[in-house]
Write a protein that binds this ligand. Sequence first.
Ligand SMILES: Cc1cc2nc3c(=O)[nH]c(=O)nc-3n(C[C@H](O)[C@H](O)[C@H](O)COP(=O)(O)OP(=O)(O)OC[C@H]3O[C@@H](n4cnc5c(N)ncnc54)[C@H](O)[C@@H]3O)c2cc1C
Length: 494
Amino acid sequence: MEPAPMTAPRRDAPHTPAESALLAHLGRALGSEGLRASALSRATYRRDASFLNADPLAIALPATRDELAVVLRACRDHQVPFTPRAAGTGLAGGATPTGVGGVRPLVVSVARMDRLLELDVVNRRAHVEPGMVNARLGRAVAAKGLRFAPDPASQIAATLGGNVATNAGGIHVLTYGVMSQHVLAVELMDTDGEIHLLDGRLPEQTGLDLRGLSVGGEGTLGIVVGAWLRLLPAPPAIGTLLAGFDTLEAAAATVGALVTSDRLPDAVELMDARAIALVEDYAQAGYPTDAAAVLLLEYEGLAAGVSAGVDTAARLAGEHGATEVVRAADADQRARIWKGRKAVAGAIAQQAPDFFLQDVVVPRSRLGEMLDAVVAIGEREGLIILNVVHAGDGNLHPFVLFDRREEGVLDRVFAAGHDIVTTALALDGTVTGEHGVGIEKRDFLSQVYTADDLAVQQAVRRAMEPSGLANPDKVLPTTVGCQEARMVPEGAWV
Ligand SMILES: Cc1cc2nc3c(=O)[nH]c(=O)nc-3n(C[C@H](O)[C@H](O)[C@H](O)COP(=O)(O)OP(=O)(O)OC[C@H]3O[C@@H](n4cnc5c(N)ncnc54)[C@H](O)[C@@H]3O)c2cc1C
């Protein structure tokens, strides 16, 4: 990946008159709890979970819709761009506070707007504020025998507003789909402080699906201030299985057999030997450390169907040479198996100072080819790359491990990232599955869409967010911005 061009940083630069006026206005309106501008606060909000970083003007933390409206109107009045932000777990630089034309943006965090507004059991829907953490909703609805299906691996920190904005995926995408399938309605605030309800709460809607258009906007369409989310009945039975293989090819072939069997699993995750070793060291999930790959499989539904599914999976894994098949005996063992999968980023942090996490998708029939290519790219660049894959949907997450202090390593990391993306494209895949476009994938979009497609997307964006102040330099390739600065990890600019 080429480091994206962006506006040059202006750390501790004197404020322009517009910036000073904005900060004075917001200071009066929000107080010290709602506006942070110290060097320490700005350093904290320089980046999301990617390593793309930039210096914000300040951080607004409104606690209510009224406070947020004050913030957005002030940005409009003083023509200061803003970067919506929630938990900052995004991996594409979407919440990194880049600006345009040398103007530092205001970070607008919705983290304090985190209430569950309504749990409507009869209509099976929840009305939430954007800062509510995904896993918290899961716990709240479980008490009513319900579940919220989207389960990104980051769900203990990522917010529902962030999930709407990135159209997040997760472990159960194979049968339940991505976030968009679970968002019934979105409330979007514009820079006049007006809230637009993009409604799809009724099972049958009339007209164009504007609700769908608002999911995945990555903060470029305004700020999500509320969402109605679809709830499903909690499954009566769950069966989880762990299968170890001697080769990556055997694991990938098993995936093909599973998804064409008459018992489609609800989750099919693949981890390679390096991921297994790291996770076992860190989380003791019970994975076979001598395996070249493991599959984590799950079936949900009525007990008889689940049991038949688990039997089918065990048989197919055996037929493809599985060296070990473990069926989770109880909820604790199931939790342990998934704990390993969800602990990958934490495990890596103990072993490598830095990682660059890619996110690409290929048709699952080409998964084996793509995995081989990732291994070859790692060898060519002399980098350790470990693979964690939502294998059922062909969504790969190669983690490139590195130490930024090593001379020249960044060029190799970027080269590997770039080659992983272009390989996915060559295999009829695409540049991001679930982490979004942000800045990181922005310039690849012209390889995914035609100029006409991009012009339509730009027109939709302009129609929905005419001020152009909301996350202006994200997602769509743009000629705005300057080329003299290149973004590199924390603190360094060339
Ligand atoms: C360890 C790890 C594992 C992950 N696993 C997954 C996974 O399995 N599946 C997956 O899909 N993602 C995953 N992610 C990525 C990330 O968690 C998701 O993109 C998540 O949806 C981001 O939510 P957030 O609250 O952190 O948003 P942020 O990172 O704060 O923001 C993300 C984007 O949304 C915009 N935004 C945030 N809130 C709003 C709002 N209220 N209104 C408008 N725009 C807004 C921001 O401007 C930015 O563009 C993972 C990340 C990590 C670090």
